[in-house]
Design a protein around this ligand. Structure first.
Ligand SMILES: *Cc1c(COP(=O)(O)O)cnc(C)c1O
Length: 405
């Protein structure tokens, strides 16, 4: 009757044996620093950079210490500095405004739509306020990139993509991270490849790549990189660009390389799980599913839905009842930041204007992880639990005009 889900929303798959063996090998020889190589050797980090560049089709790739570091480095290399404004999503994770703030710049928040993508009308209205957009494909929802790039190109705005949730995704066949001048990825445990912490940046721009490599702390070892521009690109820059140390080490790269080989298949497995939850929730009164456009090839590593215009107490009750049955929901409507979840108005270092349309979406936005350790049956059970608990709360009070699906 009231089955309880007993799986763990925070349990990843193990590191592939091949990655464990490569990591043990690196620990045995002890040369973990990426530039500590024996003659003729190419390190794991350089190999990962080559392989990830090939995976995305980018000319250049740089591996770094985290996704947040990747974004800050791309912004800095693109010329963002103290006092600058950077357009960015109001709906994203804290490291995104944090990357902007790390340069003593400040975000100009752009709203979110019911499709959970950046509000392109709001972007167009604010495009003259900054030279750079740090675009977060938050929770894997990809905006209409054709229109977005047209708006930014017309306004002379450089786009840097935060692809923490879109590694392996694409818009109209173009990999996420390849629309803007640079794409930033995270390999933190909850993302699509897991090295505990880590980040990757791709670009086709040789000067930007050279700046980012020097910023990451290459010293004068930029010739030991896997997917870097030729040494000439560094000639002038090596005198100008500071070393803001944030390299990746060979241990993490060793753990990541085998995961890259199975990334496409794992992305498909995530999306299968997403579709199983979606199918189980379709038609639930009061619940709005998120439309996924044809042009978007998304990776369903997490699932979102809306209880649009529900009173806060009713949403809170759904969260509590789901939790009691083992289903962990994160709620972006909560007034106080909790766990990983916070909202733009909680980032008080970055003053926000009133954004009522965004507030309405966030107030009803629920979010959950779908780790690959869940089976399709698990996903169906999760959907049944949510359907029942949302139904129970809706039956007791949600006004009739909120019943949509
Ligand atoms: C995780 C995450 C990041 C940052 O990644 P870290 O590697 O943890 O610094 C950036 N953006 C989004 C949307 C994320 O979820």
């Amino acid at each position: 009757m009231s089955a309880r889900f007993t799986g763990s929303f925070t349990q990843q798959e193990p590191i592939p044996e091949e990655g464990i063996a490569a990591a043990v090998e690196a620990m045995r020889h002890g040369r973990l620093h990426r530039y500590n190589l024996v003659p003729g050797e190419t390190g794991e980090v350089a190999l990962l950079e080559e392989e990830f560049a090939a995976f995305t089709g980018a000319r250049y790739c740089l591996a770094v210490a985290s996704g947040g570091y990747a974004m800050a480095t791309a912004l800095r290399a693109a010329g963002v500095g103290p006092g600058d404004a950077v357009l960015s999503n109001a709906f994203t994770l804290a490291p995104v405004p944090g990357a902007i703030a790390s340069l003593s710049a400040h975000p100009v928040h752009v709203g979110v739509t019911e499709a959970l993508t950046i509000d392109l009308d709001d972007l167009a209205a604010k495009a003259d306020r900054a030279r750079v957009l740090l675009l977060s494909h938050m929770r894997g929802h990809i905006a209409d990139m054709d229109r977005l790039m047209a708006i930014c190109d017309a306004a002379g705005v450089t786009v840097i993509e935060d692809c923490a949730h879109t590694m392996g995704a694409a818009w109209r066949g173009v990999p996420s991270g390849r629309h803007g001048v640079a794409g930033c990825y995270s390999t933190q445990t909850y993302k699509h490849m897991n090295s505990g912490e880590g980040g990757l940046i791709v670009t086709d721009d040789a000067e930007l790549a050279a700046r980012m490599i020097l910023l990451s702390g290459s010293y004068m070892f930029y010739d030991r990189h896997g997917a870097a521009p030729p040494p000439e690109a560094f000639e002038r820059l090596k005198w100008e660009v500071p070393n803001v140390s944030g390299r990746m080490d060979d241990l993490r790269a060793a753990v990541l390389r085998p995961q890259l080989r199975t990334l496409a298949a794992r992305c498909d497995a995530w999306t299968e799980r997403y579709r199983a939850v979606e199918a189980g929730l379709r038609g639930t009164p009061g619940l709005t599913l998120i439309d996924r456009p044809e042009a978007e090839r998304f990776v369903g590593s997490s699932f979102q839905f809306l209880l649009l215009d529900w009173p806060a107490e009713a949403v809170a009750e759904v969260v509590a009842r789901a939790a009691a049955r083992g289903v962990e929901l994160k709620w972006f409507g909560e007034a106080v930041p909790r766990g990983y979840t916070s909202r733009y108005d909680a980032w008080r270092f970055a003053p926000a204007e009133a954004m009522p349309a965004t507030d309405r979406v966030l107030a009803g936005l629920l979010d959950m992880r779908l780790p690959l350790t869940f089976s399709l049956e698990d996903c169906a059970l999760i959907a049944r639990i949510l359907r029942a608990e949302i139904g129970a709360v809706a039956a007791r009070g949600a006004p009739a005009d909120q019943r949509r699906a």
